[in-house]
Design a protein around this ligand. Structure first.
Ligand code: GDP
Length: 238
């Protein structure tokens, strides 16, 4: 349903930091969050929740920090634990926000020792979801800022370009780099994506909260969450 998709990520409400300036982080005792709770795991379209409303999928290579990002955005530790529960790591995990909105944690890609059969099954499952889900209106791709644009990331970006799907690209673990190196990484990402306007790169740190405010603004715009943003007290462990 292309008509539901914003043309640029979060264009309606986004507040941009100055170009090239890493966000310095937000006060940890007053972080806005999107409240969500685990709904179900699914192997594919057959056992997924009804394909309606607005859905944002989270993708990323294993260890890029996808679970930590979900924790940070929802202000919950249990969400990531849910997706990492043995038996659920290779499934689509649905987290409901309200009757019309949910987040989907796609299985992490790239376990070093994954055999061919498992990789093929993963690809079928994720591709099947991406190509068939009408409710999908945006994707968050989590990359480790120190190892960006791996083949899997490029595949996701090519798919977003081909299907005109807004994609929020989180350069996660920005806290691992200094200010200058993080700024350079962001500039390089922007240059790399200059012909892909539907992809919006953002410096992010699930650990420190950097970039969280802007990511939330974008997600809330995509998901049409207009009510007051709930806040969570205290730090969130990743
Ligand atoms: P996933 O496999 O993509 O779900 O990755 P996890 O969320 O489990 O994170 C993998 C590792 O990276 C864990 O040790 C996290 O604590 C760490 N990590 C995740 N996000 C950040 C971050 O923003 N900064 C730092 N320094 N470490 C992070």
């Amino acid at each position: 349903m292309a008509s539901k998709r914003p043309t640029t990520p979060g264009a309606r409400k986004r507040k941009r930091p100055p170009q090239g300036t890493p966000t310095t982080g937000v006060a940890l005792d007053a972080l806005p969050v999107i409240e969500a709770s685990f709904e179900r795991s699914a192997k594919g379209p057959g056992d997924s929740p009804a394909d309606r409303g607005r859905e944002v999928a989270f993708a990323g290579r294993s260890n890029a920090g996808k679970s930590s990002v979900l924790n940070r955005i929802t202000g919950q530790r249990s969400l990531a634990r849910t997706s990492k529960t043995p038996g659920r790591t290779q499934l689509l995990n649905y987290f409901r926000i309200n009757a019309d909105a949910c987040l989907v944690d796609l299985p992490g890609y790239g376990y070093a020792k994954t055999d061919r059969g498992t990789r093929d099954a993963w690809q079928r499952e994720v591709e099947g979801y991406l190509s068939s889900r009408s409710a999908l209106i945006g994707v968050v791709l989590v990359m480790d800022i120190r190892h960006p644009f791996q083949p899997f990331d490029e595949q996701m970006i090519a798919w977003a370009r081909a299907s005109d799907m807004p994609l929020l690209l989180l350069l996660n673990k920005a806290d691992k780099l200094g200010f200058g190196a993080a700024s350079t990484a962001l500039q390089q990402a922007r240059q790399h994506l200059k012909d892909t306007p539907q992809v919006h790169p953002l410096l992010f740190s699930a650990l420190r909260g950097q970039g969280c405010e802007e990511a939330l603004t974008i997600l809330r715009g995509w998901l049409e969450l207009d009510e007051a943003t709930p806040k969570v007290e205290g730090d969130v462990q990743v």
